[in-house]
Design a protein around this ligand. Sequence first.
Ligand SMILES: Cc1ncc(C[n+]2csc(CCOP(=O)(O)OP(=O)(O)O)c2C)c(N)n1
Ligand code: SF4
Length: 285
Amino acid sequence: MTKLEELTTKCSPNWCPGCGNIAIWAAFKNSAVKKGWDNTNTALVAGIGCHGHILNFTKITSLEGLHGRPVPVATGIKLANNRLNVFAFTGDGDCLGEGGNHFVHACRRNHDINVFIHDNAIYGLTTGQTSPTSPHNYKSKSTPQGNPDYPINPIAVAIASGATFVARAYAGDIQGTTDLMIKANEHKGISILDILQPCVTWNKEQTHDFYRANTYYLGGDYDVKNKEAAFKKSLEWGEKQIPIGVFYEVDEPSYESQIPQVKENPLVDNNPVRKDLTDLFEEFV
Ligand SMILES: Cc1ncc(C[n+]2csc(CCOP(=O)(O)OP(=O)(O)O)c2C)c(N)n1
Ligand code: SF4
């Protein structure tokens, strides 16, 4: 059983007070405690950005990848040891800008990993420039006259690329985010969770007040298996019209379950053949 105090590191969070990352961190720790995720069964990866700091404050084995690369690192970890729960924390810039190609290919391959997008619709760490999810006409120091680009829709792109679990959370609802994180990890195959994460310092449009006023939970007779309906739903965005919850979930074989070398036993259980690579490295010195 994982205890909350066991997940704490010596580092104190340095996120701005009120930052949505604090709520995402809380939701992840709650999920870990509920489901027993710890160093024996779980690995974490993050990209570069404010979101990536989550690794410094969470005591579970982790690796901070290059900017835009947490998804391929996570798929590598899962291929090496498919017994692990693997979580990739990534920013909207990290995942959909620098890492956009990795995102699409991981979705279509249906790797059994969890991708949590800390979506603050700006580049946070580098002080608030326009990102791939910033709205059209958004003004920031990088687009002072208004953003000429139209935003990427992470939900629509994930569905179109073949992801088998696609959901959206609002960080300010810690309980709701916890439930979605747990559901994501229970899904066999790739789970994309786009988490609306207010950046209280730089983004004065997509604020906690904005999301509290305009989000609503999917439910009732909404059918998560209907791809066409999910795609249509993913295009909804507006006043009181931002859906939260699971948009799409279907059972399809994961990448790892189809690879003969890993479907029975994780690669780490095989006796790896160790080769002395000194000569090879010498060639490049
Ligand atoms: C290849 C590369 N390009 C640019 C940078 C500079 N850089 C570091 S963090 C960052 C933006 C991060 O934004 P996002 O991924 O949305 O994360 P956030 O800080 O908002 O959590 C950029 C552009 C970098 N480190 N590496
Ligand atoms: S700059 Fe924004 S995203 Fe980064 S810690 Fe501060 S509020 Fe959070």
